[in-house]
Design a protein around this ligand. Structure first.
Ligand code: SF4
Length: 576
């Protein structure tokens, strides 16, 4: 049995799988194959790898028994780490593979292809002519059944869904070894980890645009099962983890779930969960979270505060609680059955700040709120955009921190209330959308970034991921990492610390810390805090220097603090 998994990348409200992230789908599918056929040869490739090695991959696929495509970008966007599969590739590639059974899984099979914000997704039906099996339920269960049935497609229900976590817990541990084939292993790979499925707000129908309530009852994964998976991933070299696959981490094992709209957070259960992860991965580099429902915080302020404190106790700094605020227009909140009104959302932002705003060892605040807006929803008017902006202004005026504002147009998915409306409101309001985005970037993002990482802040443990002109693009691994433009050509995978020297709208400029005065570019030298203007030319003339004392004579004591003589590298994280 020979199988190939093509990771077409995933991005959903509750789960990310674009490098440096690996989502659960390819890991679960690999585990399902190994569970059903222990001796199977399973290869994993990313869609970017296929593009770069097209002939080779197609030749390999032609000799396989099974090829599984997993992917789906429900929330379209641009990514530094990779480019999700294009529609044309998704329909052309399977046609080039004659022999193997071809399966499509993940959000692509469940919800379709998201063309762009405000544009209705291509329905999964469209893919049935290109694949033998479009797994509209849980792809790992479908693949498990398929392999057990000797690849007889007709014996598998394409809509099969898992009933609980029993099978998945086994697949997750068995499939962990697929990460050995991931191009980001050994540097910035982040494994997305699932802790539960379903939104507690399913009891009131959920938000108009969201698919999560369709899962029905919330089902939790036991902390021990999560720890076993993390232990397996850690054994294969993963050092960064995000407990991001759930709509609200504060609802983990919450009291009243499946009965009330806003169950009460359970800090004790969260402690078991996080402690288990820490014990399973003692030398981890990153442990982050993702979504938090602002309504949970607003309805249970005290318990939520305790729960957030538990997270901050066990996680690593630079963490983000992405709050699905969606709209600050009360009319839109009501018509779309959103989770929180503007006052409740503001309260949630205050509470997260109170617990998480202090700076951590890697230079970033411990835990900050992220703000998500969705535009093009029912009841939206021009005024909605003004209300959203006024909301952000209050955040600024109160001196609060917010890591980033995510503004997107609604993508109407089959099975949601927005499906019948489609992208018509978003299209009508496209000009307001663009103006709002520009205004937020200029008037909110830039001052906020300067507040979060003031000039002179040292950020630790970034990896160079790409280049743009003369700049290296580097980020810390984790939830919504800050993009840093470094004015040096450093090789991809280089790990370094930087000092923040300038702020853009969504990124900052940073120079390596400490900066090797003998090799630094002119631009880096000129950006060193406290560097006298005339000193840069003198350095360039006089180098190489053999001691920092010599350098200090040229630049003065203030700038010398940021400089070094000889190669530099990132400081190790403190042992936890
Ligand atoms: S609160 Fe709304 S957006 Fe969040 S998971 Fe539930 S239904 Fe979806």
């Amino acid at each position: 049995m020979r199988a190939l998994i093509i990771d077409c990348y995933t991005d959903e409200p509750a789960g990310l799988g674009v490098p440096p992230y690996i989502d659960v789908y390819p890991r679960y599918v690999a585990g399902a194959i190994w569970e059903a056929a222990p001796g199977a040869e399973v290869r994993y490739v990313t869609v970017d790898f296929v593009r770069a090695n097209f002939e080779r991959v197609m030749e390999y696929a032609a000799g396989c028994d099974l090829v599984v495509f997993v992917g789906g970008v429900v929330v379209p966007g641009k990514y530094l780490g990779g480019e999700p599969i294009k529609l044309e590739e998704l329909t052309r590639w399977p046609a080039l593979m004659e022999k193997p059974v071809k399966v499509l899984g993940g959000p692509l099979a469940r919800f379709g292809y998201g063309v762009a914000g405000g544009r209705v997704a291509v329905h999964p039906r469209e893919f049935e002519k290109h694949f033998d099996l479009v797994a509209r339920g849980d792809v790992e269960v479908a693949v498990y059944e398929l392999v057990k049935e000797g690849l007889r497609v007709e014996a598998v229900d394409p809509s099969v869904v898992r009933e609980g976590y029993e099978l998945v817990d086994r697949f997750a541990v068995k499939g962990a070894r697929i990460v050995e084939q991931h191009p980001n292993l050994g540097w910035n790979l982040v494994a997305e980890i699932e802790t539960f499925r379903g939104c507690p707000r399913w009891v009131v129908g959920g938000c108009s645009f969201c698919i999560e309530p369709r899962y029905g009852r919330v089902v939790f994964r036991e902390p021990e099962a999560v720890a076993r998976e993390v232990e397996a991933l850690y054994a294969f070299g993963v050092r960064s983890f995000r407990l991001g696959r759930q709509p609200d981490i504060l609802a983990y094992m919450a009291r009243g779930v499946n009965e009330v709209e806003f169950p009460e957070p359970n800090p004790e259960a969260l402690r078991r969960l996080f402690r288990g992860v820490r014990a399973a991965a003692p030398g981890l580099e990153v442990l982050h979270i993702d979504n938090v429902n602002p309504g949970t915080i607003a309805h249970h302020e005290e318990r939520a505060r305790e729960a957030l404190k538990v997270i901050v106790e066990y996680h690593t700094p630079g963490d983000v609680a992405a709050l699905g605020i969606e709209s600050a227009d009360p009319r839109v909140v009501k018509l779309n059955n959103l989770k929180a009104g503007p006052e409740e959302s503001l309260k949630a932002i205050r509470v997260v700040n109170e617990v998480g705003a202090r700076r951590g060892w890697n230079g970033m605040p411990e835990l900050l709120p992220g703000i998500n807006f969705v535009l093009g929803l029912l009841g939206e008017t021009r005024e909605t955009y003004e209300l959203n902006f006024q909301f952000l202004k209050r955040v600024l005026e109160e001196g609060l921190l917010a890591r980033r504002v995510n503004i997107r147009q609604v993508l109407a998915l089959p099975g949601t209330r927005m499906w019948s409306v489609g992208g018509s409101i978003a299209r009508e309001h496209a000009k307001y959308f663009r103006a709002f985005k520009r205004r937020v970037r200029r008037e909110f993002d830039k001052p906020m970034l300067a507040r979060i990482v003031p000039r002179g802040t040292v950020l630790r443990g970034l990896y160079v991921e790409a280049h743009e002109g003369k700049y290296s693009l580097a980020r810390q691994p984790g939830s919504y990492p800050l993009l840093v433009y470094v004015p040096e050509r450093l090789s991809v995978r280089t790990k370094l610390d930087v000092v923040v020297v300038q702020h853009g709208y969504r990124s900052v400029k940073g120079i390596p810390h400490p900066l090797d005065v003998n090799t630094a570019s002119r631009e880096s030298l000129s950006l060193v805090p406290g560097m006298p203007k005339s000193a840069v030319a003198r350095i360039l003339l006089k180098r190489p220097f053999s001691s920092l004392k010599e350098v200090e004579k040229v630049v003065g004591p203030e700038a010398a603090k940021y400089l070094a003589v000889g190669a530099t590298r990132a400081a190790p994280p403190p042992s936890s």
